[in-house]
Design a protein around this ligand. Sequence first.
Ligand code: GLN
Length: 310
Amino acid sequence: MCLLEQINYQLILSDIYEEIANIDYEGNVANYIPQLAKVNPEKFGIHLCCLNEGNYAMGDSNEKFSIQSISKVLSLTLAFSMMGDKLWERVGVEPSGNPFNSLIQLETENGIPRNPLINSGALVISDILVSNLVNPKADYLSFIRKISGSDEIQYNTAVANSEKETGFRNTALINFMKSFGNIKNDPETVLDFYFHLCSIEMTCKELARTFLLFANHGTLTGTGECIVSRSQSKRVNAIMQTCGFYDEAGEFSFKVGLPGKSGVGGGIVAIHPDKYSIAVWSPKLNKKGNSTKGMKTLELLTTRTELSIF
Ligand code: GLN
């Protein structure tokens, strides 16, 4: 029981889990690389962490999966903490209304991506981190380990290498932006860094714990360390709310009403400021690349608790 609001999260989550675990929702596991294609589509895990330390879990919540684009929120956070508002000279804050790997808006917008949570935006953020970190891959991993509170977080090198072999669209995006002068480093180096960020693996428990930071206005709950200011944390949450689900961001706001982020590994993480963070993993994706059961779980959660940010 989460004492602050007298909500029985465990009961609500177990009802939701039982209700949707065995429904055969439409969707397909991401299949652009073999490491994602071979994941069991029936996996389903949930972990909710309350700010008052309550933890509630169901199903495969302790199994690692590829967090993929969820990493984009964390790379944005690190870059924002280092650059402050200068960051917005290189990337916008508008929802794209387009698929995550779209090129079309870049031409009319002079190589400035619409937001940091689509691939083009995350590539610019990766470029900024490559410029500002001493040992980009090692330093980024240390940052993730610090905010997750777990030294067990790793890159999956096989996933990163496979992404590299099939990453023609990301290669096109970065070269296109380089032609506008919005990529400062060697594109190969930035792509290698970006593919590593996407390859990070976490369990639902680790992911929910990592994002608790954004429910707590930018401060780590364990150590009290301020990672980003209250105002910066508010902005990261606003970008998750408006851009976290690509061309389904409106639908997620409409049905769930929380800032969140999805990844093609089937993970979705969402936060309720001052209350909780929740991670759901179910690998079958809808046509927009978001986890079908993940979306449904969160819709039922905010409906049954009668709590969303709206
Ligand atoms: N690694 C994937 C890509 O860059 C991440 C996409 C995603 O999770 N939406 O295409």
